[in-house]
Design a binder for this molecule. Structure first.
Ligand code: HEC
Length: 185
């Protein structure tokens, strides 16, 4: 009798251990590159399908999995590295609408605390707007163009994931809006 109880107890302990192991296995599977950052369009919240390409940089691949821009913290510490983002901002024509210093022209300032869409405080949200464009709502400024070269209707030759991330990271270094800076968390 005692033996049966002991046996049952042991079985219980072992099954609990097995459960623990299963949980761990699942967690590590979640971190494999099969998992993706689920981007949505700023226009209509539909899925924004941007694929990880074999030619993508490690930083672009990382972002498309984690939704976190790896350049942001790097540029915050290294003004010299950030210049790559500023150069692209001008070269790609962003400055034509947003001003050479991104503080606004015929498009809104990108470095103050007034965001057209609240989600722009996150890397994911800002990327969604630059990659896929907007419908111009709220309507005060009109709409933003579509930039990502994997999306239909993109501007000119379009931009790849890495270029958008570099521009975004430079924009974050220029932020003068005060208050919270969640992109650095
Ligand atoms: C033809 C003009 C034009 C160009 C060129 C342009 N934008 Fe915009 N952009 C806009 C307008 C207008 C909005 C406001 C959209 C809205 O409110 O829906 C905007 C919004 C944005 C926002 C969100 C701003 C906020 O305050 O929330 C970001 C970020 C942005 N643009 C980045 C870029 C980047 C990066 C480029 C270059 C790759 C670029 N834009 C090129 C017109 C432009």
């Amino acid at each position: 009798m005692v033996n049966t109880k002991l046996c049952l107890l042991l079985m219980l302990v072992f099954s609990l251990c097995a459960c623990g192991k299963d949980d761990k296995a699942q967690t590590s599977a979640d971190l494999t590159p099969t998992k993706i950052c689920s981007l949505v369009s700023t226009k209509d919240n539909s899925p924004l399908v941007i694929k990880v390409l074999s030619t993508d940089t490690p930083q672009a691949k990382e972002f498309l999995i984690t939704c976190i821009n790896p350049y942001t913290k790097l540029y915050a510490k290294d003004a010299e590295a950030a210049k790559v983002g500023k150069k692209q901002f001008s070269y790609q024509g962003c400055s034509g609408c947003h001003g050479g210093n991104a503080n606004g022209l015929m498009g809104p300032s990108l470095i103050d605390a007034k965001w057209q869409y609240a989600k722009h405080i996150s890397d994911k949200g800002m990327f969604e707007t630059i990659a896929g464009g907007t419908n111009g709502s709220p309507p005060e400024w009109g709409s933003m163009l579509t930039w990502h070269n994997q999306l239909a209707g993109h501007t000119g030759e379009g931009l790849d994931t890495d270029t958008i991330l570099k521009i975004m990271a430079w924009l974050r270094t220029q932020y003068i809006g005060g208050g919270e800076t969640p992109w650095l968390n």
